[in-house]
Design a protein around this ligand. Structure first.
Ligand code: PLP
Length: 396
């Protein structure tokens, strides 16, 4: 055997996640592993909860990081809140709404699908109609920041609508947490899940979740067992919620949690509003450059996510060749289109630590070089200047 240690290349990650991981987070993860019931570790867990309260803007007691990626946070919400026979309105305007539908069906629930075109936000009028047509609905589920298209939906309005009809809401905030305004308590969100590797710039593999009192009571009133032992919150809570009497549930991913703790400390140091503003500023600079080059966004301006820039692939460019050249020559990763948008768009992420002037300028100049070489129809020589102008205007 001649296999030796794995040394990954250094990349610039400007896809749909993972994003560039802050060096302080990697350093935190390399600290000594201690027991998951060690009093010092339990102190760290208490801090983690306070930091998550800040990130989510909530006081929800049931707030914790699930020991698995964002998809497991999604499954935690559905598995605990949906019982066989329940009706759930699922809004689908991209890939992740489709996964919510899968989750409801696997929990034995009945799905009422509200569809919007990919690239558009969820239309509250359609949700209102579905609620009227299906008064038996128990839950309304939707994605805040649809990473497959770059569209942002209006959580506050959708939650208000759902509550007017006595429903709970489940919100996917995997890509929004830390990147776009998100106020769990003010907006009355009942259950929400996120991920560590998007705008929190941590390594993949953890999923912060939060449930309000109404959601907790719904779980307590269940007549059937949660079909997943691992994700059953009543069991997980004996570990995360047990105070000094924490009971073993599963071995917490100790070092991964050090990483998330550091990521949340970084967010607290910067301040949520400042982080949201930085994402918006980097988006404005990238947008100026891309549009100067002649590229077009697929999402209407009012619904655009700053952290996920979906642009149409220009005439004459070969999707796979462009992305592989960016990776090989510049170490730059951008995202491909998913599902219905595969081969038609690129997704440029500006998430967390990746949302920096350095990355915006690298992306524009590298993309311009590769597109010019491949004879795609773009305007050369103007993108970087356009972005620099916006950066200077905004004090960078
Ligand atoms: C990335 C993502 C997920 C899934 O998260 P994983 O960590 O990949 O499991 C779910 N929803 C949205 C909107 C995402 O962007």
């Amino acid at each position: 055997m001649s296999i030796r240690s794995f040394h990954p290349p250094v990349r610039t990650l400007m896809g749909p996640g993972p994003s560039d991981v802050h060096p302080r987070i990697l350093e935190a993860m390399a600290r000594p592993t201690i027991g998951h019931l060690d009093p010092r570790f339990i102190d760290m867990m208490d801090e983690m909860k306070a930091l998550l309260h800040y990130a989510f803007q909530t006081q929800n007691e049931l707030t914790l990081p699930v020991s698995a990626p964002g998809s497991a946070g999604m499954e935690t919400c559905f598995a605990n809140l949906v019982e066989p026979g329940d009706t759930v309105i699922v809004c689908q305007n991209g890939v992740f709404g489709g996964r919510m539908k899968e989750n409801v069906e696997r929990c034995g629930g009945k799905v009422v699908l509200v569809e919007d075109e990919w690239g558009m936000p969820v239309d509250p009028n359609k949700v209102a109609e579905a609620l009227k047509a299906h008064p038996e609905t128990k839950i309304v589920a939707f994605v805040h920041a649809e990473t497959s298209t770059g569209a942002c939906s209006d959580v506050e309005t959708l939650a208000r609508l759902a509550h007017e009809h006595g429903c709970l809401v489940i919100v996917d905030a995997v890509t929004s947490l830390g990147g776009s305004p998100l106020k769990v308590d003010e907006w009355n969100v009942d259950a929400i899940y996120s991920g560590s590797q998007k705008c929190l710039s941590c390594t993949p593999g953890l999923s912060p979740v939060s449930f309000n009192q109404r959601a907790v009571e719904t779980i307590q009133k269940r007549t059937s067992k949660v079909q997943s032992w691992f994700l059953d919150l009543s069991l997980v809570m004996n570990y995360w919620g047990g105070g000094t009497k924490r009971a073993y549930h599963h071995t917490a991913p100790i070092n991964a949690l050090y990483g998330l703790h550091e990521a949340l400390v970084l967010l607290q140091e910067e301040g949520l509003e400042n982080a949201w503003r930085r994402h918006q500023n980097m988006h404005a600079a990238l947008k100026a450059g891309l549009e100067a080059m002649g590229l077009h966004f697929i999402v209407p301006a009012a619904a655009r996510l700053p952290q996920l820039n979906a642009i149409a692939i220009p005439e004459g460019a070969d999707d796979i060749q462009v992305r592989s050249t960016l990776l090989k020559r510049y170490g730059l990763e951008i995202g491909a289109g998913l599902g219905a948008l595969a081969g038609r768009i690129w997704r440029i992420g500006l998430m967390g630590y990746s949302a920096s002037p350095k990355n915006v300028l690298l992306c524009l100049s590298a993309l311009e070089a590769v597109l010019t070489e491949s004879k795609a129809s773009i305007n050369p020589g103007v993108a970087v200047d356009a972005a620099q102008t916006v950066l200077a205007e905004r004090g960078y």
